[in-house]
Design a protein around this ligand. Structure first.
Ligand code: F6R
Length: 241
């Protein structure tokens, strides 16, 4: 486990930007796993202007809201188009995404597993951290699922995503399709970025607690090549602080 502790969100963004840029330069055909959310917005802004060649990169996003079409303004696909995809020379056919509006969710999840396997698996998976310890949309609970699956979202997760739905958390879909823990743990490298005091309890549980389904991100402790990029506020609840 590698820990980069930096002063603030901007420094965390700069650190992850360097990691991703170096990985794309070293492996132009990189298979990259991507999150959405507030945390990587600055990262995507920086990657847009980093002078990278995306022409051979392939991407797979972690998750998508159930029921939404890709062009729905609240969809994660629309988020990625807006923040990254439309600004770089990534081939549309190289963008892997779960379809929230699939007629058969189980078949869509199975299709995604096959697509990731056909790409040779994920080389570098970027992940964010839910305030409740979720990773992708693997929510805390009694159990976790290995495979890509449909998951009911916790109210706290819907509230955290309300901004793109006119501020109304009830307008946020009640379920999502997400990569499961197998894709997370079998990515060749995982980079977790978490910043701010709202993530502090989850960061403490992720790094210092037991591996537990109550904190899905705690399973990253078991990953052989996990890098954590955290700012001071995010580590403020760690006992060793
Ligand atoms: C989103 C995802 C989520 C977010 C997490 C943090 O694709 O997989 O796990 O990474 O909810 O979201 P922010 O960055 O908005 O705090």
């Amino acid at each position: 486990m590698t820990l980069h502790l930096v002063d603030d969100h901007d420094a965390a963004t700069a650190c992850v930007t360097t990691l991703v840029s170096s990985a794309i330069r070293a492996t132009p055909s990189l298979v990259l796993g991507l999150p959405t959310g507030r945390t990587p917005m600055g990262l995507y802004r920086a990657l847009r202007t980093a002078g990278l060649d995306w022409s051979r990169v392939r991407t797979f996003n972690l998750d998508e809201f159930a029921t939404l079409t890709p062009d729905h303004p609240g969809s994660f696909r629309a988020f990625m188009d807006e923040h990254l995809f439309r600004h770089v020379n990534l081939a549309p056919a190289s963008i892997g995404f779960l379809r929230g509006d699939a007629a058969d969710d189980a078949a869509e999840c199975a299709r995604y597993e096959v697509a990731i396997a056909a790409a040779g698996g994920i080389d570098l998976l970027l992940v964010g951290l839910g305030g409740n310890g979720h990773i992708g949309f693997n929510e805390p609970g009694e159990s976790l699922r290995a495979e890509t699956h449909v998951v009911p979202l916790h109210e706290s997760t819907r509230r955290a995503n309300a901004e793109r739905f006119g501020g109304d958390w009830r307008a946020v879909p009640a379920s999502a399709l997400t990569m499961g823990m197998r894709q997370v743990l079998s990515a060749r490298r995982v980079v977790m970025m978490a910043t701010g005091a709202s993530k502090a309890e989850a960061v403490a549980a992720m790094l210092d607690g037991p591996l537990t389904t109550r904190c899905p991100a705690s399973w990253l402790q078991a990953h052989p090549d996990a890098t954590f990029v955290l700012d001071r506020a995010a580590v403020s609840a760690r006992r060793a602080g």
